[in-house]
Structures are given as structure tokens and as C-alpha cells.
Design a protein around this ligand. Structure first.
Ligand code: PEP
Ligand code: CO
Length: 464
């Protein structure tokens, strides 16, 4: 390159960089749009100061990983893999401990082993983890015994305790969301690459659990996997690939102050990524096509999801596709449907058909949790395990009927032995809910219920 060419090259580079930083500035366009579910921070200067600190902090995930997940989801949308997404409804700072995080990872690894082995299908493992700290709520305030306070919007915003001090939104919690996500991701990376996730440890994952049909079934499967692995090893295969697994982090991109502050330009490609997590989704309550959340996520390159409830029209879906995936990039857009067991067979077919007929290819994932929430007679927000199974079954039936691809499952689960969802072989009844109901927001499948569900899905996939 002669000096002149070099100068021209440098100028061009400088130009494209400034064009890119203009794009980064444009990420803030959501601020002038209709926005819902955002906290009212008491002090705007304080919020801006935390935002500036987050802007200069290292990214939590890296563009190369995000691109890889996009290609994995694209494979799932073609029917060549299956996405398994799961974790808490709301993570909390207090529960982001090594034990709790490990238990959740183990649950997802076990479900994934069941699916991979049972359905001979690669599983794309995604935790609702390391960032799931903010919640949309149906009301802005909550009243107890005549006292009205702001609702709990997740640990990223305010405290659960019902006092004025705790319920007042505090922007410093956004910083704590960042540091807690970082420590969770650190564990996640350690557990999934440091030997814990090695398929040869498949029996060890089951250790320490009380005997129950879910566990016994898993033990048998682990024995089969062991045999298969030993057979392959005897044939001379190299099993380094089994030592580590790919595991991605996902959360609802709800707090746009945070998501914007974690967005970065990738130095390799010049694309903009929201580096708070690999996969981000827009909730049922924030998917207004001209609203702030859709605008923001249209400007970042991550694979993204949109939750679709039973009132979604084909037109809504097509407009979301045009806004969020104008280039029809494989793996870019996932529709996570959450219709409810009683409605999925009625409402999903038209939606899937409308999208298919438009020529767009999205990954269809089912969330069998959020359309099936009820209140038990003793006052617990809960779900019936049979409704969850029924919605999953309905999801597969609809796709089989249309010849389209069921690409994955999105669940609320925990690795612990909680009692929040009714039923399952543990036969949790309404009184049983009182035993160990710990969630701050939505009820989660416990460890055994999660395994049971995985076996059902594996059978359905294998029969598909
Ligand atoms: C959630 O995933 O916890 C949630 C609030 O879901 P939805 O937006 O589908 O109601
Ligand atoms: Co939830």
C-alpha cells in the first residue's frame, strides 16, 4: 500500500467508524417512542451516571458467540436441532449462588441429554440466566392493608420487601445486575467447559436425588449413554468434544437503559451487538410494533425472540418480522408462542400458516408456561403440570399438521426441589404448594418435573 492509499484507507476507516458510532447513538431512538414497563427512576442524574459506568464496562458476551448461536437457531428453524431454553422467571441477586446456578445448569444438561439421546437431535442449550433480573408487571402499584407502593419489577429495579425504601427504584441495581450477570456467566462458562458438563459424567448429575420415576428413568438413560460412549471409545473415537458444551445466556430485554448501555460495536465486523446476553427477547407486554422495545432490538444484531400470546394476529406477526428481520437472516428471529393449553390448537395454526405463506422463516418455540398460570384455592400463583404438557403436545400437533418445524421449548424451571407447579409424578397438590414455594414471580417446574417434561418431548420428537 503506498502512502496515499494508506491515507485514503485510514480516512475510509475513520469514516466508517464515525458512521458506526452514529449508529450506536441511534440506539437511543427508543427514548422518544412510546415505552411501557420502564421504571420511574427517582433521580435522572443518578440513572445517567450508572449508565455511563455500564457503557465503559467490558461486554458480558462476545460477538463471535452471539453469531454462533444465531447459526444454531437457524439450524433449529430448519429442523436440524432443537432449542432448549430454561431458567427462572426472575433471577434474584440473593439466589445467584454457585449451588443454585449449578443446579439450574445441571437440569438443562440433563434435559438436553434426554432430548439428544431420545430424539437423536442436537440440542441448543440456552439458560434464562445471567440477566433475567427485570420483570414486566400488570400494575404499577401494589396495595397491602391500605398501603400502596410501587410493584416489584425484579432485582434490577427494586427490592421485593414491601417497604417504601425497598420498593423505590434504585438505578445502582442496574450495576448489580451487571456484576451478578458477570459472576453467573463466569460459573456458567466454568461448569460447561471445565469437565462438569462432560457427557461421561452423566450419572454423576443424578447423584443425591431422592428416588422418583423421573430419576429412575434418567439413570437408565445415563446407563445407555455410558454404554454408547464406551462403545464409541473402544472404536477409537476421540471424545474431547464431550468435555465441554456450548451454553448460551438469554433474558428479556426489558430495561432499555441497561440494554443500550451494554451495546457495543464489534471490532471485527462493525456490527452492533447487545452484549448483555447472547439471546434477548421482547415480552408479550412490550411487543408493540412501533414501540420502544421493538425499535431498540431492531438495531442490534443478536438473535432475538418475541413472545406471542393468544391475541396475536397474522398481521402483527408479519409486521414484527418486517421490523425485526427485514433481511430475513436465518436464525435472527424466534417466535415464542405462549397461547395456553386450551387455545394453542385453535390459534397457532393460522399464525404459523400466515408466516409460512409470507415466505419468512422464523424459529417457532413454545413457552407452555405463561398461558397456563392460575391461582390455587389457597392463594398461590401456580400452573398445572398437565396443562404444560398439553400445550407442548398441542404445539407439536399443530406443526405436524402443517408440515412446519417445532424448533424448541422455552421453560421456567429451577434445579431445586421446589413445590410451585401442581402435579407431575411427585403429585404436588394445593396443600403441597405450601411446602417449598420460593419464586418471587412465576411458578417454576422443579428438577423432577423438568426431567419428566424432557422425556415427553424426546418421545414426541423421536416419533415426529
Ligand atoms: C416471562 O417470560 O417471564 C414473561 C413475563 O413472559 P410473557 O412476556 O410471555 O408474559
Ligand atoms: Co414468567
Amino acid at each position: 500500500m503506498n502512502p496515499l492509499q494508506r491515507t485514503a484507507h485510514v480516512h475510509e476507516h475513520a469514516f466508517s467508524l464515525s458512521a458506526k458510532s452514529a449508529e450506536l447513538d441511534a440506539l437511543g431512538a427508543w427514548r422518544s417512542l412510546e415505552r411501557v414497563q420502564q421504571p420511574t427512576w427517582p433521580d435522572e442524574d443518578e440513572r445517567a451516571a450508572v449508565g455511563a459506568r455500564l457503557r465503559s464496562a467490558p461486554p458480558l458476551v462476545f460477538a463471535g458467540e452471539v453469531d454462533q448461536l444465531r447459526s444454531r437457531i437457524a439450524a433449529a428453524a430448519r429442523g436440524e436441532a432443537f432449542v432448549l431454553m430454561g431458567g427462572d422467571c426472575a433471577e434474584t441477586f440473593a439466589d445467584s449462588t454457585a449451588d443454585r446456578v449449578r443446579n439450574k445448569i445441571r437440569t438443562i444438561l440433563q434435559m438436553s441429554a434426554v432430548l439428544t439421546y431420545g430424539a437423536s437431535m442436537p440440542v441448543v442449550k440456552v439458560g434464562r440466566m445471567a440477566g433475567q433480573f427485570a420483570k414486566p408487571r400488570s400494575g404499577d402499584t401494589e396495595t397491602r392493608d391500605g398501603v400502596t407502593l410501587p410493584t416489584y419489577r425484579g432485582d434490577a429495579v427494586n427490592g421485593y420487601e414491601f417497604t417504601e425504601e425497598s420498593r423505590t427504584p434504585d438505578p445502582h441495581r442496574l450495576w448489580q445486575m451487571y456484576t451478578t450477570s458477570a459472576s453467573t456467566l463466569n460459573l456458567l462458562r466454568a461448569f460447561t467447559t471445565g469437565g462438569f458438563a462432560d457427557l461421561r459424567e452423566v450419572h454423576a448429575w443424578n447423584q443425591g436425588f431422592i428416588s422418583g420415576p423421573g430419576y429412575m428413568r434418567f439413570e437408565r438413560l445415563a446407563t445407555d449413554i455410558d454404554k454408547a460412549v464406551r462403545f464409541m471409545a473402544a472404536c477409537g473415537y476421540d471424545f474431547d468434544a464431550l468435555r465441554s458444551v456450548e451454553f448460551y445466556a438469554a433474558h428479556e430485554a426489558l430495561l432499555l437503559d441497561y440494554e443500550e448501555a451494554l451495546s457495543r460495536i464489534d471490532s471485527r465486523t462493525g456490527e452492533i451487538y447487545d452484549c448483555s446476553g447472547h439471546f434477548l427477547w421482547i415480552g408479550e407486554r412490550t411487543r408493540q410494533v412501533d414501540g420502544a422495545h421493538v425499535d431498540f432490538l431492531s438495531r442490534v444484531d443478536n438473535p432475538i425472540g418475541v413472545k406471542l400470546g393468544p391475541t396475536t394476529t397474522v398481521d402483527d406477526a408479519l409486521r414484527l418480522i418486517d421490523r425485526l428481520d427485514p433481511d430475513r437472516t436465518p436464525g435472527r428471529l424466534t417466535f415464542i408462542t405462549r397461547m395456553g393449553a386450551s387455545r394453542i390448537r385453535k390459534v397457532l395454526p393460522a399464525l404459523v400458516e400466515g408466516v409460512r405463506d409470507s415466505g419468512a422463516q422464523v424459529a417457532w418455540v413454545t413457552d407452555p408456561m405463561h398461558g397456563n398460570t392460575i391461582t390455587s384455592s389457597n392463594g398461590y400463583k401456580t400452573r398445572r403440570f398437565e396443562d404444560i404438557l398439553d400445550e407442548v403436545t398441542g404445539f407439536f400437533e399443530v406443526h405436524r399438521g402443517l408440515g412446519t418445524v417445532p424448533a424448541g421449548l422455552h421453560m421456567e424451571l429451577t434445579g431445586d426441589d421446589v413445590t410451585e407447579v401442581l402435579g407431575g409424578t411427585g403429585e404436588i397438590d394445593e396443600v403441597g404448594l405450601e411446602r417449598r414455594y420460593e419464586t418471587l414471580v412465576d411458578p417454576r417446574l422443579n428438577h423432577q418435573q423438568s426431567l419428566e417434561l424432557a422425556f415427553l418431548v424426546a418421545e414426541t420428537l423421536a416419533g415426529a
